[in-house]
Each structure stands twice: as structure tokens, then as C-alpha cells.
Design a protein around this ligand. Structure first.
Ligand code: ADP
Ligand code: MG
Length: 323
């Protein structure tokens, strides 16, 4: 049982950044306006995510860390129109099986909050706790009981950069939410939550680059493509800074980036790649997100239409720009 749950955990939590991603997604699903992330020692010693979302009812904290327990899907058919980022009920259980996880939460209108501590999957504390409405998840000693995982992690610098990059992407995807990232007591990112994407862009890439990024904006019936792409002259030798969100979910979809790169290369230098953050919105029925445990892959009902919309949006942005 313990081994099985550690194996399952590996599919969801591969590294500190995957923990941060799952916890941020939970905060977003909870309707948080503010999300604060504290990291120590590249996430190996501490990952703490605090939000001002709806909180968890005191009686349901232990359920929240149980496997396959989700409050987000009520009927099987909901699977075909998933509107929340989470839906598998796996993340907290997985994380709790490979760390010491403290979950503190207070629901709207509740007089008190509740706190539980789970270590390597075992409940070791369950007490009343005082806190403002919202939720705090603290993950300590990640992978303490899975030494193979620990060994597989990259250098602290790499793991730290992955976390910073991840939080930056979410801050850009959700400009109406205030994100704050602290790494080893240092503030690495603060977005203001004023719903201004270019302002967030400036925080991530600096004022100069942010000013030069071209705006992508296209509506094709029920598909909406928005975001930014770098102009001619600002490019990279790899495709690592091409980022897609589909319906608020960060996806790594080869088809999407290939479509974008093709459009880029019909206009610009082959062998170079843009910096791009593209946000695609469509009705939830048009995309299947239940493909991969870490939810990083999606399947489109009509992929060609989505790819074409992205290509037209990108071409239009690039062509509108005259140096
Ligand atoms: P999922 O997100 O797929 O439902 P998780 O394991 O990530 O599964 O979370 C389990 C449950 O715990 C969620 O369905 C939700 O009810 C609750 N939960 C987790 N994090 C939060 C949070 N930050 N705010 C409110 N509820 C939360
Ligand atoms: Mg979740």
C-alpha cells in the first residue's frame, strides 16, 4: 500500500516545481485573489502556499488528503466539461505520502480553522487552529522517504529556476491574482493582481523587453487566442520560452508549439524561436484534459482548428509590427 502510493505519487509529483504547481492550482480553484509561495532550499526543505480562497470545511481536511477525494466533480459526465484545474483528487494525497504535509484551513463563516499534519501518508495531528479565511499548505522534507527521487533532482539552482519560471507563468496567465514568491526569504516575484498582463510581463522580463512584446489577439468563433510574442530581432535559439495555457491550464503540447513555430518561420528566420506566452480559451467540451496524471497534456476535439487559430493570431501580431 505504502509503496503503491509512492509510485502513484511519482506520476504527479516529480520534483518541487510539480508540488508548487498542484498547490497553486488548488488555490486558484478555491477562488483565491492572493497566493503566496514560500520556498526554502529549492523546495526540498520547504514549500508553503497560502491563499485567501474559500477554505476547507473543518470536517473535510482529512478527506482532502485521501486518495481520489475531490470536491470538484460531482458526476461522471462532469469529466467532459471540466472547469476546474484539479479533478483527480490525487495531488494532496500524493504529496502527503512523500513528505511531511501540514494543511491548515478555515472556511468562510467558520469561527475557527483546523490543522492536520500528515507524514509519509500517516495522520499525526488534527487540531483546532486560528487563521484568516483561506488555506495554508506546508510541505517539508519532500521525498524524505523516497531517496531515489531525491537523487534524481537537478541542482538547487535548476530546481529553483523551475519554480520561479512556473510561478511567473501562472502570474502572467492570471493577471487578476496577486502572486508573491519568496525563495530563501528573498522576494523573487510580486505581481499586483491589477489585471494588467503587460505589467506582469515587465516584472518577469524587465521593462524593455515587455514594452517590445507584440500583443496577440484573435477570436475565431468560440476560440479565443490572446497573449504576447516577441518581435523580429528578439529571438532565442530554442523553443523553451514558448508557453501555452489552455483554459487557464499550463499545457505542454507539441502540436500547439509546432503550429506556432511554423507560423513564425513562414515570416521569420528558421532556426530561431520567439518568446511567446499564448492563452487559448474555448468551451471546456472542446478539450479533454483528462489525459495525463500531471494534467500537462490535453487533447482537442478539433486540433486543426485550434492550431489554425493560433497560427493566424501569431501571424497577425507579427505582420502588424513595422520596425
Ligand atoms: P483535486 O484538486 O484534484 O480535487 P487535490 O488532491 O489537489 O485534488 O485536492 C483535494 C481536495 O482538497 C480538493 O478537491 C479541494 O476540495 C481541497 N483543497 C485542496 N487545496 C485547497 C485550497 N487551497 N483551498 C480549498 N480547498 C482545497
Ligand atoms: Mg488539485
Amino acid at each position: 500500500e505504502e509503496v503503491a502510493s509512492q509510485i502513484a505519487a511519482g506520476e504527479v509529483v516529480e520534483r518541487p516545481a510539480s508540488v508548487v504547481k498542484e498547490l497553486m492550482e488548488n488555490s486558484l480553484d478555491a477562488g483565491a485573489r492572493r497566493i503566496e509561495i514560500r520556498i526554502a532550499n529549492a523546495g526540498k526543505a520547504l514549500i508553503e502556499v497560502t491563499d485567501d480562497g474559500c477554505g476547507i470545511p473543518a470536517g473535510e481536511l482529512t478527506l482532502a488528503v485521501a486518495r481520489h477525494a475531490t470536491s470538484k466533480l460531482s458526476a461522471a459526465e462532469d469529466l467532459f466539461r471540466i472547469a476546474t484545474l484539479g479533478f483527480r483528487g490525487e495531488a494532496l494525497a500524493s504529496i502527503a505520502s512523500v513528505s511531511r504535509l501540514t494543511l491548515i484551513s478555515r472556511e468562510q463563516n467558520a469561527e475557527m480553522g483546523r490543522k492536520i499534519v500528515v507524514e509519509g501518508g500517516k495522520l499525526i495531528a488534527n487540531d483546532a487552529a486560528g487563521l484568516p479565511v483561506g488555506t495554508l499548505v506546508r510541505v517539508e522534507n519532500l521525498f524524505f522517504n523516497v531517496p531515489a527521487r531525491l537523487k534524481f533532482l537537478k541542482s538547487d539552482l535548476t530546481e529553483k529556476n523551475q519554480i520561479t519560471q512556473l510561478v511567473s507563468r501562472y502570474a502572467l496567465a492570471y493577471p487578476q491574482i496577486r502572486f508573491r514568491l519568496m525563495q530563501d526569504e528573498r522576494e523573487v516575484l510580486l505581481s499586483h493582481g491589477k489585471n494588467n498582463r503587460r505589467e506582469v510581463l515587465a516584472q518577469i522580463y524587465g521593462n524593455d523587453l515587455a514594452r517590445q512584446m507584440l500583443e496577440v489577439e484573435l477570436e475565431d468563433e468560440d476560440i479565443r487566442v490572446r497573449g504576447f510574442i516577441s518581435p523580429v530581432g528578439i529571438s532565442r535559439s530554442n523553443r523553451r520560452e514558448i508557453v501555452f495555457f489552455v483554459n487557464g491550464r499550463w499545457v505542454q503540447d507539441a502540436g500547439l508549439s509546432t503550429a506556432l513555430i511554423q507560423a513564425y518561420h513562414t515570416l521569420l528566420m528558421v532556426g530561431r524561436y520567439p518568446i511567446a506566452s499564448i492563452f487559448v480559451e474555448m468551451s471546456p467540451e472542446m478539450v479533454d484534459v483528462n489525459v495525463h496524471p500531471a494534467k500537462a497534456e490535453v487533447r482537442f476535439r478539433d486540433a486543426d482548428r485550434v492550431f489554425r487559430a493560433v497560427q493566424r493570431a501569431v501571424k497577425r501580431a507579427l505582420l502588424a509590427y513595422s520596425p
